[in-house]
Design a protein. Structure first.
Lengths: 447, 355
């Protein structure tokens, strides 16, 4: 036995060595990039001097959008020699917590939930900004947005991308054929819905299925209606548990949502009845508009990413969006939106450089030019935003009369905002009454 | 597709392969070299001891044992150490830590006593989850084992035994997530005015029913999820039990035949007692797998529509909601539930060894 096995050993060792040698031979060609002193690299001169260092970024953005992110900082990498190691995960929220608890956090993360950001800040896991970065943040971003990354008077992050949720997608062609005007008031929107019902068609389509996040599109509906039935101050009290979750004002908003998405006459165009909502993937929720089986689909501007390739988006295209109208326009123009915040878990000089770069107008424009992206960064040249609904979103974001509020479920503690509220909405759509649903959510709010 | 663009990914793949080769190769070499080294030393020691032995046979006996023992003890330690180390890091430390965390709050900052356990038994939702887990643990092992056993008996020595066995064993090769996705299609729903894409609804419509949202209606949905688990586990039960049936000594079977038993008596009085140990192993293994079930629930409903089970809720609480204390309490409870089964299994193994 001992004698027999010797040739085998030799073979194994030789194999391992050969592979190892092969690897070193292959790995030497990663040096690419531009001359750091060239004109192209001039905007990055402030960030130079960290050649060869690597900075890790962890976020929930994946696939095509992640490739665009990598492209957006490619030139920065080439000019500064800093290597950005980006990792996007569908389990971001859970995994980030694990990494941080395990003492192995990423250098930077893009966190879409101010509630989660606050939790890390309170646990002293986040690095505050340098004075220079703070000044830059204050000049480049509206105070409305920065307050979502401010914990205990200390600013911990700046917005990266943003989205506007108060949109209803529709087919301009179908509207023109029927002679419908794009509604500007709630009343008009309901009138159009009823007209479509009279033609024996379903006016609305909704998709709530989203894997472990099933139910979230319904929470956006509730938030939008909270903003439309109550003043923004009540909305703020609602998201911070200043009023109980089963407050009559909340149940009024929820019932108003129910008058559309739990109305068997209104939903679910292209998919069937109310029961089909919770099993229709949110990505496919608005697609029946393209087949003329559904007239309206309330979803954020990022829904453009889920449209089939070649779909024309615009006022004269296959699909477009209108602002989800206010109930009482005299009370102002509420806008629901979201976005992700860049935060730092470490503060090495290269990390600081990347962090600061991501706040600049140069970065915002570099990313916006690649398409399907908007940001509240006021250094963004709006002409770099080309897609029609993104343009509309920028108009809404920059509208001084608009009252912007962040996605409420992202502000709430995760146990509610990405837990019982989603679950509650799923049960509610499936037939549970408003009161017991809201009592259930109220009971789950962490003490 | 531009091949050059994919180069970094291919490089990554290459690194992965190399790492795999290094680790696995290294382990193989280590496992081969070290015991050999000990064996050779032992041989050498024996050879060295031999001439001394020859003249006086009685004297050197204890000495030889001590020479042979020392490397053997070291060898045993060498093999045990990694296991002990991994057990400590991977099992003992986390178990203790989880237990400690279950008495702390969501951020693991303050001690809260038994609050998390009280929460567990006070919330209707969690009680529903405990009930569901109970239904799973009762039904899956029983039904899966019963199906596996009946199938094993029926196909034993049948004409197409191999094919028949392969058919029912195949789901074992599918991951829980894969199986769940397959069954999700079976249960898929389209409302009446559209063509059904789900097998179950199509059959249901053909016999004159209204299409159903199978996965939405409690408590039927839990049973439908249990079907998935049974579909996977019945193959395992069948294979183990079939092997046990084949291992029944031929003379016992022959003696029973000579005594004139009918097939029914043969099954209850010969087959069942003979395969009892295998039967227990199957039930215990499937029970533990069922207590831990997570993937099926997560993939099909994610615990919505009252289908949650302990493992799923534990993950949600600890990792998604940041309620580490409540998640840990659920984990500890699950651990407590598994213990009796494990004790039973260990005792059983001991008993068999004594026999």
């Amino acid at each position: 036995m001992a004698v027999q096995s010797r040739p085998r050993q030799a073979l194994a060792i030789a194999g391992v060595l050969a592979l190892a040698l092969g690897a070193t031979a292959c790995s030497g060609d990663s040096e690419s990039g531009l001359d750091p002193d060239s004109a192209e690299c001039a905007p990055y001169s402030a960030f130079q001097g960290h050649d060869g260092e690597s900075v890790s970024i962890y976020a929930s953005i994946r696939d095509a959008e992640a490739d665009l992110l990598r492209q957006s900082w490619k030139q920065f990498e080439d000019c500064t020699g800093i290597e950005i190691d980006y990792d996007g995960s569908g389990e971001f929220e859970a995994q980030l917590q694990v990494q941080v608890d395990g003492g192995n956090p990423p250098d930077l993360a893009f966190i879409p939930q101010p509630g989660l950001l606050a939790r890390f800040a309170q646990a002293n896991k986040l690095k505050p900004m340098t004075a220079e970065q703070k000044t830059l943040a204050d000049t480049n971003y509206p105070a409305d947005w920065l307050k979502y990354a401010t914990v205990g008077g200390q600013l911990y992050g700046t917005p990266l991308g943003a989205n506007v949720k108060s949109f209803v997608w529709y087919s301009p062609k179908a509207f023109a054929e029927k002679g419908y005007q794009v509604p500007t008031t709630w009343q008009q929107m309901i009138e159009i819905s009823d007209k479509i019902v009279a033609e024996n068609k379903k006016p609305w389509c909704v998709g709530l299925e989203s894997g472990e996040a099933t139910g979230w599109p319904a929470t956006d509906w509730i938030e939008d209606l909270m903003l439309r039935t109550q003043p923004a101050e009540v909305y703020d009290q609602w998201t911070t548990h200043g009023i109980p979750f089963n407050d009559p004002r909340v149940s009024e908003a929820v019932d108003r949502v129910g008058s559309i998405i739990k109305n068997p006459k209104y939903v679910n165009g292209g998919y069937g009845d109310v029961k089909s909502l919770t099993t229709t993937p949110f990505q496919e929720g608005g697609l029946p508009i393209l087949q003329g089986q559904c007239a309206m689909h309330r979803q954020a501007n990022f829904y453009a990413n889920y449209l089939p390739e070649g779909t024309k988006i615009g006022p004269d295209g296959d699909i477009y969006a209108f602002y989800f109208p206010a109930i009482d326009p005299a009370k102002g123009k509420p806008v629901l939106g979201g976005g992700e915040f860049t935060v730092a878990f470490t503060d090495g000089p290269a990390v600081q450089a990347v962090r600061q770069y991501l706040m600049t107008g140069e970065y915002a424009n570099s990313r916006a030019k690649l398409g399907n992206w908007i940001t509240p960064n006021n250094k963004l040249d709006v002409s770099n935003v080309t897609q029609a609904v993104d343009k509309l979103s920028m108009e809404v974001l920059l509208d001084k009369s608009a009252v912007f509020r962040f996605d409420g479920s992202d502000l709430m503690p995760a146990a509610v905002g990405s837990g019982t509220l989603w679950k509650g909405m799923v049960d509610w759509v499936n037939g549970k009454d408003t009161k017991s649903t809201l009592d259930f959510v109220e009971g789950s709010w962490p003490k | 597709m531009d091949f050059a663009d994919e180069a970094p990914k291919l490089l990554m793949l290459l690194y992965g392969l190399i790492a795999f080769a290094v680790v696995v190769g290294g382990l193989l070499v280590l496992l081969d070299v070290v015991p050999n080294w000990f064996a050779r030393r032992r041989e050498a020691a024996l050879v060295a001891a031999a001439p001394v032995d020859a003249p006086a046979a009685a004297g050197p006996r204890p000495r030889r044992r001590s020479v042979a023992n020392r490397p053997e003890g070291a060898l045993a330690l060498f093999f045990l150490l990694p296991t002990l180390l991994l057990l400590a890091i991977g099992l003992v430390v986390p178990a203790v830590r989880t237990t400690v965390l279950s008495f702390m709050d969501g951020n693991s900052d303050n001690w809260v006593g038994l609050a998390n356990y009280r929460w567990m038994f006070a919330q209707d939702e969690i009680l529903g989850i405990l009930t569901n887990t109970l239904i799973w643990v009762v039904l899956v092992p029983l039904v899966a084992t019963a199906i596996g056993l009946v199938y094993a008996v029926l196909v034993d020595r049948a004409r197409f035994e191999a094919v028949a066995k392969a058919l029912i064993f195949m789901p074992m090769a599918i991951s829980f997530v894969g199986a769940s996705i397959i069954w999700k299609f079976v249960y898929a729903y389209r409302s009446g005015e559209y063509d059904q894409i789900g097998l179950l609804n199509q059959v249901w419509v053909m016999v004159g029913g209204e299409p159903q949202q199978w996965l939405n209606n409690a408590p039927l949905n839990t049973l439908l999820l249990i079907v998935i688990m049974i579909w996977i586990q019945a193959g395992f039960a069948m294979v183990v039990l079939s092997a046990a049936i084949k291992a029944i000594p031929g003379d016992v079977v022959e003696a029973a035949r000579l005594d004139g038993v009918n097939p029914w008596q043969m099954f209850w009085q010969i087959t069942m007692p003979s395969i009892r140990p295998a039967l227990i192993v199957v039930v215990v293994t499937v029970s533990i797998a069922t207590l831990k079930v997570f993937d099926i629930v997560r993939t099909t409903t994610n615990g919505n529509f009252d289908t949650g089970v302990i493992a799923n809720e534990m993950y949600n609480q600890a990792f998604r909601f940041g309620q580490t204390g409540q998640g840990s309490a659920l984990a500890v409870f699950l651990f407590v539930l598994v213990i009796p089964i494990v004790i039973y299994q260990v005792r059983n193994l001991r008993k068999q060894r004594e026999v």
